[in-house]
Ligand binder design. Structure first.
Ligand SMILES: C[S@@+](CC[C@H](N)C(=O)[O-])C[C@H]1O[C@@H](n2cnc3c(N)ncnc32)[C@H](O)[C@@H]1O
Length: 380
């Protein structure tokens, strides 16, 4: 049976070989921080379960330590309250609300953040504390502050960080409000996603500093952005290569909705193939165009629903090989999505890397190509 040190070293080798861990400093951190101290018992999804259910993988059971040293996200809380040790029998359904993010992603993000010795760094979303520990290993405790929304999760992270020998400053609170006592930072990195850049961050990071955060929304589409803060309340940035997603910051989460009831509306042919919304960037473009909607369905049968206005759009294949869309309510969701997807397709349907973001007192806008290209305002 392999030991923790052996499995950790094998993980570092794998991540180095596949190119996700090129920096010697972060390689050192990955090789030094015992992830099992942070994950303890974790959840594993039950294959084929609908809705997805999760069973606890208990500390010490066969496969537990191998799971800890897989390059996978380990879920550690469901629905904002259920921890793996609360489940005494079988599996439970739920929505993941805290986790230890996959090591390759947190290491890549620390690397992309480009923090230097002496920088002050604010992390949003302590979670298990694993990413915080990696940061503390490389950057030192003194410059690192981490904020966690959930007091139970934050308490467990504090215990784990102490056990692992790290002592960064930890705060329980809403990280979207920034660090109220923290003064100016050089960097903010978020391991939860946001619908728009929280205004306090734009004043908390000094001009010349950076913010690394995933933009998401109510249709589950995500895009990782690296922003340069250009002045108080102002920033500009680009979206990065790859396919990064994070659970949404709790205050930005979608509103509760009743059971879906599809209602009649106006019908017309769709000008786009609805399956384009299943593409990683296509779904994100649709979310930019209709940020108040939640997307359900797949392929030719997409459903968009804005709960606050009751607006709905749903598509279906027609007999001639095309598609129809039925829309109702004050917001013509499909009109918005269709226009945006057509503009994206007109330039070849590029990945998110082709997009950028500008934030100022005038608002927050994601654009395609250049700042004066087609763009969509974020729902601030
Ligand atoms: C993906 S997990 C973080 C993973 C963590 N960095 C790790 O490596 O273990 C996201 C965390 O963000 C927290 N979170 C959600 N909204 C937040 C907010 N507004 N402020 C601070 N933390 C938040 C969640 O409770 C959750 O623990």
């Amino acid at each position: 049976m392999s030991t923790s040190a052996q499995l950790r070293s094998a993980l570092v080798d794998r991540l180095t070989e596949d190119g996700s861990l090129s920096d010697p400093g972060w390689r050192g951190a990955a090789g030094a921080v015992p992830r099992e101290l942070f994950t303890g018992t974790y959840f594993m999804s039950v294959a084929g379960s609908v809705p997805t259910s999760y069973r606890p993988v208990r500390e010490g059971e066969p496969g537990w330590l191998e799971g800890v040293y897989s390059d996978a996200t380990l879920i550690t809380q469901l629905d904002g309250r259920i921890r793996p040790d609360d489940v005494t029998e079988g599996a439970v359904p739920g929505s993941p609300s805290s986790s230890s993010t996959l090591p390759s992603l947190v290491l890549r993000m620390w690397h992309q953040l480009d923090a230097e010795d002496g920088h002050r760094v604010l992390e949003i979303g302590t979670g298990t504390g694993y990413s915080t520990a990696l940061g503390a290993y490389c950057l030192g405790d003194a410059g690192l502050t981490s904020i966690e929304y959930d007091p139970v999760v934050g308490g467990a992270a504090a215990t784990a960080l102490k056990a692992a020998g790290f002592a960064p400053r930890l705060i329980i609170g809403d990280g979207l409000r920034g660090d109220p006592d923290g003064g100016r930072y050089d960097r903010i990195v978020a391991t939860c996603s946001v619908r728009y850049i929280p205004l306090p961050w734009l004043h908390q990071v000094r001009p010349g500093g950076k913010i690394l955060v995933t933009l998401s929304g109510w249709s589950y589409a995500n895009a990782l952005a690296l922003l340069d803060v250009t002045g108080p309340g102002e920033a500009t940035g680009r979206f990065l290569p790859g396919y990064t997603s994070f659970m949404i910051a709790r205050p930005h989460d979608r509103p509760p909705r009743p059971a879906l009831a599809l209602l009649p509306g106006d019908e017309r042919p769709s000008r786009i193939d609805p399956a384009q919304l299943d593409d990683w960037t296509g779904g994100w473009v649709a979310q930019l165009a209709a940020p108040s909607a939640e997307r359900m369905g797949a392929g030719a049968e997409q459903i968009l629903w804005d709960v606050s206005t009751g607006s709905q759009a749903r598509t279906a294949p027609d007999r001639d090989g095309g598609w129809t869309v039925v829309q109702r309510g004050p917001i013509r969701l499909w009109d918005q999505v269709e226009r945006a997807v057509q503009r994206w397709q007109a330039v070849g349907g590029p990945h998110q890397e082709a997009f950028g973001i500008t934030v100022s007192a005038a608002g927050q806008r994601v654009w395609l190509g250049t700042e004066d290209g087609p763009g969509w305002d974020l729902p601030i």
